[in-house]
Design a protein around this ligand. Structure first.
Ligand code: SAM
Length: 219
C-alpha cells in the first residue's frame, strides 16, 4: 500500500454542506421521507444524498431492469422509477408486507406504480426464483447478516457489465472498531474482505451515508 498523508475533513458541518450543495430531493420523495419519520425503523430509509446518487447513476447507465433487495417504505424503488426510462422496470423484495402498504400510495401519487413490482418474502428465497443475468443494476439493502448471500445471488442475476450496489458496508465505522464483535459486524468485515478479493468484479467503496460498495460485474 502506498503511504500517503491523508487529511480527514468530513465533519458533520462539511457533511451538511455537501448535502446542501448537491441534493435536490423531489417533493414526492421528501413527502415519503416525512411520512416514514412516524414509523418504526425510520432510520432504515435511504438518505437524500443516496437518492441523488442513484439519479446520477440512472442517467449514466440507463438501466432497464433494476432489482432492489430490501424495500422498506419504497424510497429507493421510487428513486429508481423516477429516474429511469419509461420502459424500465424495478423489482423490489421485502420480507415484511406491511411496508408495501406505506410505499404504494407514494408510488401511485408519483404515477410510478406500474414500473415497480413488489415481491414479498425472504430475499434469498425470492432471489432464487428470478431469472439469471437480466438485471442492469441491483441494490442490496436487506438484513446485513445476509449481505454475502444476497451478493452471491445478485451476482448471478446481474448482466455482465452490470452494477451491484451494497449498502451499509462500513456500518458507521463499526467495521474498524476492535471493541465491536457482534455477529453482523463480523460478517460484514468478512464480506468486505471477500469482495475485495473477488476477481469477478471491479469495486469501489463510497464513504457516504454509512458506506456503499459498488461492484461492476466484469464482462
Ligand atoms: C434498510 S431497509 C431498506 C431501505 C430501502 N432500500 C429504502 O429505499 O429506504 C431494509 C429492509 O429489508 C427488509 N428485510 C430484512 N430482512 C429481510 C429478508 N431476509 N428478506 C427480505 N427483506 C428483508 C426489512 O423488512 C427492511 O424493510
Amino acid at each position: 500500500m502506498i503511504k500517503q498523508k491523508l487529511k480527514f475533513f468530513i465533519t458533520p458541518e462539511v457533511y451538511k454542506y455537501l448535502v446542501a450543495h448537491s441534493v435536490h430531493e423531489p417533493h414526492i420523495l421528501w413527502e415519503l421521507r416525512q411520512a416514514t419519520q412516524k414509523l418504526r425503523g425510520k432510520s432504515m430509509i435511504l438518505t437524500p444524498e443516496q437518492g441523488q446518487f442513484f439519479k446520477l447513476l440512472c442517467g449514466l447507465l440507463g438501466p432497464k431492469r433494476i432489482l432492489e433487495v430490501g424495500t422498506y417504505t419504497g424510497y429507493g424503488a421510487l428513486c429508481f422509477a423516477l429516474n429511469s426510462d419509461e420502459d424500465a422496470h424495478i423489482d423490489t423484495i421485502d420480507i415484511n408486507p406491511q411496508w408495501h402498504e406505506h410505499a404504494l400510495p407514494f408510488w401511485q401519487k408519483a404515477g410510478m406504480e406500474s414500473k415497480i413490482t413488489q415481491h414479498h418474502g425472504d430475499a434469498t428465497d425470492v432471489l432464487n426464483t428470478l431469472n439469471k443475468e437480466v438485471y442492469d443494476l441491483i441494490f442490496v439493502d436487506a438484513n446485513k447478516e445476509e449481505t454475502a448471500t444476497h451478493y452471491e445471488l445478485a451476482y448471478a442475476l446481474c448482466k455482465p457489465g452490470g452494477l451491484i450496489i451494497l449498502d451499509n458496508t462500513l456500518m458507521w465505522g463499526e467495521v474498524v472498531d476492535p471493541n465491536i464483535s457482534k455477529k453482523m459486524i463480523r460478517k460484514l468485515r468478512l464480506f468486505n474482505k471477500q469482495i475485495h478479493e473477488d476477481t469477478r468484479v471491479d469495486i469501489s467503496i463510497l464513504p457516504f451515508s454509512d458506506g456503499m460498495t459498488l461492484a461492476r460485474k466484469k464482462t
